[in-house]
Design a protein around this ligand. Structure first.
Ligand SMILES: [Zn+2]
Length: 320
């Protein structure tokens, strides 16, 4: 996995421009040696939508979600695709400055129905800027979570988990599709060492990583859910996980999960929501590039370098 992490303290920083940016998910870097080969055609937005549907079927999205095409005409050519977690103004700046024809984000710009996209608000302004800049917007959210190779699969892989299954299987999907993942580390390790591994994998964000539990306690069975996962505690307990890695753990769900813990487990590791999902972007971009290449298309794909974690700094006891 690439480690072009958004740098802490460099909010508009550009991890996509640092070491791992020129990876296989970005500019195709393997010129075809065959002199006879013709240049690959540029896909239309419609072609890209079909490829995306193959990887992240909209039917896998949760009922409350809003995935799919937000802006753009399917007939338009797509030469450049930017992957990002959030369609913030800064990310849109980045997309337009690069000349992206498509911005693919994990989070929806619009989760609730709207009656206006007037440019008087930041969301309407985003729509206007994208359309005026010739850049489409596509959301791959809980369908990207649930699919094979989804956000939690990427985390499970990064943590080295084995025998991974969904925490909550998809209702109408394959057995390996669903929300969250649970699996086993090859060797039991202490909670402190596992937390250090998690920290080392996450992009640097101001909030760091928070841990609840005995640092010396041993963990082997690990549950993960990229993004906010505090609705999945029942599944985490059902799978008898020793530790649960997720984001946005609020006081009451976390506190009650600790009160209900058996032998202190499941321990909790609370990571950045943005960070947990940012890790998915590169494998997702690689997957899309592979599908497009298999279909004879070529598009330039880049991972956003913008850190859209909303927090900028943190004060902790003993350090201030
Ligand atoms: Zn999320």
């Amino acid at each position: 996995m690439e480690t072009d992490k958004p740098a802490e303290g460099s909010k508009p920083a550009a991890p996509g421009t640092d070491p791992a940016a020129p990876d296989s998910a970005t500019t195709p870097e393997t010129p075809d040696d065959s002199a006879a080969s013709a240049p690959h055609p540029v896909p239309s937005l419609g072609d890209v939508l079909l490829a995306a549907e193959e990887l992240w079927p909209a039917s896998l999205a949760e009922g409350w979600d809003a995935v799919g095409l937000v802006a753009g005409r399917p007939s338009r050519p797509v030469e450049r695709i930017l992957f990002a977690v959030d369609p913030t103004a800064e990310v849109i700046d980045e997309a337009l400055e690069w000349g992206a024809d498509l911005l693919l984000t994990h989070h929806p710009l619009f989760l609730k129905p709207v009656h206006s996209v007037a440019g008087t608000g930041f969301k309407g302004d985003a729509v206007h800027r994208l359309i005026e800049g010739g850049c489409a917007l596509l959301t791959v959210h809980t369908n990207g979570d649930s699919a094979v190779g989804g956000v939690s699969d990427v985390l499970a892989d990064a943590f080295g988990l084995r025998d991974v299954v969904p925490l909550v299987p998809a209702e109408d999907g394959l057995p390996e599709e669903g929300i969250g993942r649970v699996g086993d580390l090859r060797d039991a390790t202490t909670l402190a060492d596992f937390a250090k591994l998690v920290f080392s994998i996450m992009p640097a964000v101001a909030g760091g990583v928070r841990v609840a539990g005995d640092p010396h306690g041993l963990v082997r069975r690990v549950a993960v859910c990229g993004g906010a996962g505090d609705s999945l505690f029942d599944a985490v307990r059902r799978h008898q996980a020793d530790v649960y890695v997720t984001a946005d753990l609020r006081h009451h769900p976390a506190s009650e999960a600790r009160e209900a813990a058996v032998n202190g487990r499941p321990y909790l590791i609370d990571v950045s929501h943005f960070g947990s999902e940012w890790l998915w972007l590169t494998p997702a971009a690689n997957a899309l590039e592979n599908v497009l290449t298999d279909q004879g298309f070529a598009a330039e794909i880049r991972i956003s370098g913008t850190n859209t974690d909303p927090w900028d700094f943190v004060l902790t006891p003993g350090l201030n």
